[in-house]
Design a protein around this ligand. Structure first.
Ligand code: PBG
Length: 342
């Protein structure tokens, strides 16, 4: 036999299609799976009562007042979801330059935490987003200072605000706080602050690798947190440059050293390589944030008759898991489980 004959024979001996012959066979050899416990369901919480406010750019997602939120949490819990994350949305008249209301014990997130604990005990892991952008009148994630070079987001004074915000969430019963502001040193700073106030059992899910991304637009509509332009363009001076991946590791190593309990990559779909890198360089749980723009993109394609929703959602969530994410924050979580898309 010539080498070529040999090669041909080998190809016919090895037939990968044998393992794809039936649904049962494919189930048997599937490498990746998603269960309800892999999800963290995000919720936007508003002030007031009886509020269910649909979000135009996030079809199917609404903002809820605390009273209306409880039914949603119960629905998630009944589906087997173990964790939820709260994002506070404030009326414009409650915002100021330094985000003071971010640590108001009567703010929507803190009220939601107390109410959720009362209703669900320890059955749900309660997480909160910690960031100033929804609470500052300029919409930046930190405090602005004027410098000779123009306005800058001032790192260290911002940490004081974030510490207080994290503490207020811990006092209201959060299990984990998730700083998403991208100020340097915030994980260590929050860790120390929480410990000083007796909350060493409250964990930190660090948005370690958060890119300055075009995919947060619908979230900013939902939270009213778009940064105003006055010399600081977007969030590029604090969120990461999408060209970089070594920098992602350096952010990750810092957060791990500062005491993060879990670490996140955000967004997910355009950064699957970064999720894989993080998976290979830490033993901590890795979280992927399937962000608002990723959700809206699929919804728009489905509405236009371009994609099948169930299949597209399943495939993209599986991609995050396959890339190495233990947990996924996704606006699709409830639908995906309820409608058996997984
Ligand atoms: C707050 C925050 C943002 C998101 C999560 N936390 C917006 C931003 O950084 O502008 C985005 C989440 C999403 O798009 O779903 N800093």
């Amino acid at each position: 036999m010539t080498d070529l004959d040999m090669q041909y024979r080998m190809d016919l001996v090895r037939r990968p299609r044998r393992l794809r012959t039936s649904n049962a066979m494919r189930e048997l050899v599937a490498e990746t799976h998603i269960e309800p416990r892999h999800f963290i369901m995000p919720y936007f919480v508003v002030e007031g009562e009886q509020q269910v406010q649909p979000i135009a750019t996030l079809p199917g997602v609404s903002r809820f007042s605390v009273d209306m939120l409880m039914g949603q949490l119960e629905r998630s819990l009944n589906l087997g979801i173990k964790s939820v994350m709260f994002f506070g949305v404030l009326d414009a008249d409650k915002k100021d330059e330094v985000g003071t209301t971010s640590f108001d014990p009567e703010g929507p997130v803190n009220r939601a935490l107390r109410e959720a604990r009362k209703n669900f005990g320890n059955d749900l892991v309660l997480m909160t987003d910690v960031c100033l952008c929804g609470y500052t009148d300029h919409g930046h994630c930190g405090i602005i200072k004027q410098s000779e070079k123009g306005p800058v987001v001032d790192n260290d004074p911002s940490l004081d605000q974030l510490n207080q915000m994290a503490l207020s969430h811990a006092e209201a019963g959060a299990d984990m706080v998730a700083p998403s502001d991208m100020m340097d040193g915030r994980v260590g700073s929050i860790r120390e602050y929480l410990d000083d106030f007796g909350h060493s059992d409250v964990g930190i899910l660090a948005y370690s690798v958060k890119y300055a991304s075009a995919f947060y637009g619908p979230f900013r509509d939902a939270a009213g947190s778009s940064p105003k332009d006055f010399g600081i363009t977007g969030r590029h001076t604090y969120q990461m440059d999408s060209r970089n991946v070594r920098e992602a590791l350096s952010e990750m190593y810092l957060d791990e050293a500062e005491g993060a309990d879990m670490m996140m990559v955000k967004p997910a779909l355009a950064y699957l390589d970064v999720i894989r890198q993080m998976r290979e360089h830490t033993a901590l749980p890795v979280v992927a944030y399937n962000v608002s723009g990723e959700y809206a993109m699929i919804k728009a394609a489905v509405a236009a008759g371009v994609l099948d929703e169930a299949a597209a959602v399943r495939e993209s969530l599986l991609a995050m898991r396959r890339a190495g994410a233990d947990l996924i924050i996704s606006y699709f979580a409830v639908d995906a489980i309820e409608k058996s898309w997984l």
